[in-house]
Design a protein around this ligand. Structure first.
Ligand code: SAM
Length: 241
């Protein structure tokens, strides 16, 4: 009985989220200085507008981020965790270009939790320690390459990973999208069986900035996430070429 009531309340909430979505998106377009959390799922970040394409439990606004719809220059900071790899491959560039247009001249885009294929492949070939279980076996690989979408039977397409990344791929996407500067990093996740650096992230600015300044600002931003979303002591900077 309790379960049925919960299911009905959940369905009503989802309907309300869908009905309210156009008004909420319109309201968002009249605001400036936004801090947005993209692909939030159930992870509500205080101080951010939490956004997902489905009426997830943490979502303040429902928006398909294959094509973000923010007003030009309205976003001060865009953050995401375990999101970018869920976009369609041919939506990655339009997404980044739209986010570049959306951020203020001093704006920042920081995405973390992106599967880092170079180290994923290396861990598998070297039979290294796993992030789910003792050995980095094919199931470990599958979680990163495909996102293990069976865990989300009602929205598996959203959970499916549609891209793989390494430093060259990410860097060329960011440059082509017209971001002024960026730094990239690899790191381990605190919930994993073994602290293996198979996840990557980037911190990019619309304006040009020195690498030293970006690294410093990036670490300051990530510090509150230490040991909850990221093991900061495992972080290594990634460069191309
Ligand atoms: C792996 S979950 C991560 C959730 C959360 N960021 C976290 O770290 O717990 C990926 C999230 O991205 C969302 N997502 C996938 N495709 C999306 C899209 N096109 N637009 C917005 N959100 C999307 C999914 O609904 C899901 O909530």
């Amino acid at each position: 009985m309790k379960r049925t009531i919960r299911q009905v309340l959940h369905a009503l909430r989802a309907w309300w989220q869908y009905l309210a979505a156009p008004c909420r998106r319109a309201a968002l377009r009249s605001r400036t200085g936004l801090r947005v959390h993209l692909g939030c799922g159930g992870d509500k970040l205080p101080g951010f507008v939490n956004i997902d394409y489905r009426p997830a439990s943490a979502a303040d606004v429902v928006m398909d981020l294959n094509r973000p719809r923010f007003a030009r220059g309205s976003v001060a900071f865009a953050f995401s965790n375990a999101f970018f790899e869920h976009l369609y491959r041919d939506s990655r560039m339009p997404h980044l270009q739209a986010m570049r247009e959306a951020i203020e001249p001093t704006g920042v885009i920081c995405y973390i939790g992106i599967p880092y294929f170079r180290n994923i492949a290396r861990q598998y070939v070297d039979r290294g320690p796993g992030t789910a279980g003792p050995l980095f076996d094919l199931f470990n690989v599958y979680r990163y390459t495909h996102g293990n979408p069976e865990q989300a039977p009602t929205w598996w397409i959203g959970q499916l990973h549609k891209s793989l990344f390494d430093e060259e791929e990410l860097s060329s996407l960011l440059n082509e999208a017209g971001l002024g500067s960026h730094v990239m990093f690899a790191y381990a996740h605190p919930d994993d069986t073994n602290p293996v650096s198979v996840t990557m992230g980037f911190y990019a600015t619309r304006a040009r900035a020195s690498e030293a300044a970006l690294r410093k600002d990036c670490l300051a931003f990530l510090d509150p996430f230490d040991n909850n979303r990221i093991v900061l002591k495992s972080l290594t900077w990634l460069t191309v070429g």
